[in-house]
Write a protein that binds this ligand. Structure first.
Ligand code: IZC
Ligand code: ZN
Length: 417
């Protein structure tokens, strides 16, 4: 077979090849690396992974790109499995409020926060949203990210805006090199007109929005912000139940700020992921382990909200929960596209080992968006989504923080520098 691209002499090849299912406990620790590795690619697929000399069955000709990766680390393309990618405007006006000690939920309760992004997103047309999100995807790709999850949730009761966000995400998936997986999240805040009638909005979502988005095939996942002053556990359960019956896979913003029992609810509902979990209880963590819910953790948000606490990632892994890690890229609580910085936070602030961190942004990230059979590892037959890093090992990437260590990225078999 003739290969289009062959990476040779890879000093440190970490394939994450193994089970295509959430990695827990020892799986997350026993990440293997290979010296003098080789990866061959044909079209958009990985066709060979090994070490030493290229075997005879893999041929190259003058059209093949044979790239020497001496001194480099090669890993699966990163998966950013929790973002609010498509939105209008920005919220730097909240910085002074935050610095003076005002909390995220206080700003939201006063009509700012998510509500201010709802206003900016309503005012932005399709092209404006597309261009802004596309630029963010370019940045993400430059940091080695090849697949991104994107949530709606900045239209709320302005359903047209919710649909526009989802259509932008779909168009980006079609036209931008980075793959985009959509999550419908109308339950991101109580819209202002429903401030005193949350049930009215819940009925609207359940009876009209959820079926319509499903019918138009605009999202695979449904997400709910279960938080004090947003949706209660009971309300979240109703919305999730309705989503489940319609065939959505479930996600939940759980126990981000107040320990409400979102982790327990995720377990009860059989959610794919519970996300944030900064304040998750011991019982919630145990319930998640038992139910096989993935913890999608977002340490950049703890940093940005100036919290001294991070989700208890170590404890979760000890209890048998699979941990994924994401940016939470959004204009309010984590305005960054830099997943490499998040990896440093996960290491330095959550005390995860470099191997656990890598599992969190590769295989477990892929599982968090149900793409584990296509991406998440450098395995024969999977998509050729590969990140080449100018680092001798993965510890170095976490240690030397805040800069971009990418040498180049291969996405669907194409090289991006
Ligand atoms: O825009 O504030 N936490 N949703 C829940 C967010 C953060 C995004 C935002
Ligand atoms: Zn979020």
């Amino acid at each position: 077979m003739k290969a289009d691209i062959v990476l040779v002499n890879i000093s440190n090849l970490i394939t994450m090849d193994g089970k295509n299912a959430p990695w827990t406990k020892e799986d997350m620790k026993n990440v293997r690396s290979v010296e003098n590795g080789i990866v061959a690619i044909k079209d958009d697929r990985i066709v060979y992974v090994g070490s030493g000399e290229l075997p005879e069955e893999i041929e190259t000709d003058k059209f093949s790109r044979v790239i020497d990766c001496t001194g480099q680390t090669v890993v699966p393309g990163f998966v950013d499995s929790h973002t609010h990618l498509v939105h209008g405007g920005s919220r730097e006006n909240e910085l002074a409020m935050k610095l003076s000690g005002m909390g995220y939920l206080d700003i939201l309760a006063q009509g700012g926060g998510i509500h201010s992004t709802v206003k900016a997103t309503k005012e932005a047309d399709f092209d404006t949203l597309y261009k802004k999100a596309s630029a963010s995807l370019d940045t993400m790709l430059s940091f080695g990210v090849t697949t991104v999850e994107a949530k709606s949730g900045y239209g709320l009761d302005d359903f047209e805006t919710e649909l526009r966000q989802l259509k932008v995400a779909k168009a980006l998936n079609d036209y931008h090199p980075v793959d985009v997986v959509s999550t419908f999240m109308p339950a991101h805040a109580i819209p202002k007109p429903f401030k005193d009638n949350p049930q009215g909005y819940i009925d609207l979502m359940i009876n009209e929005y959820l079926p319509k988005v499903k019918e138009e095939n605009l999202a695979e996942f449904l997400d709910v912000f279960c938080e004090e002053g947003v949706f209660t556990v009971e309300e979240s359960r109703k919305i999730m139940q309705a989503g489940k019956e319609l065939g959505y896979h479930l996600k939940i913003h759980a126990d981000e700020i107040i320990p409400l029992g979102g982790a327990e609810l995720a377990a009860e509902m059989g959610a794919v992921t519970a996300e944030h979990l900064i304040a998750a209880s011991d019982e919630g963590i145990q319930a998640m382990a038992k139910a096989g819910v993935i913890a999608d953790l977002l340490p950049g948000t703890s940093f940005n909200l100036q919290k001294n606490t991070f989700a208890r990632a170590k404890k979760m892994i000890e209890e048998g929960v699979a941990v994924a890690l994401s940016t939470d890229y959004n204009p309010g609580s984590c305005p960054t596209e830099n997943l490499q910085l998040i990896m440093s936070f996960a290491g330095l602030c959550m005390k995860l080992s470099p191997e656990e961190v890598l599992a969190g942004v590769t295989m477990n990230g892929a599982c968090a968006i149900k793409r584990e059979h296509e991406i998440g590892s450098i395995s024969v037959g999977k998509k050729a989504d590969i990140t080449v890093l100018k680092v001798p090992n993965i510890s170095y990437l976490i240690y030397h923080f805040g800069i971009n260590h990418t040498s180049f990225v291969i996405k669907n078999g194409k090289i991006f520098c």
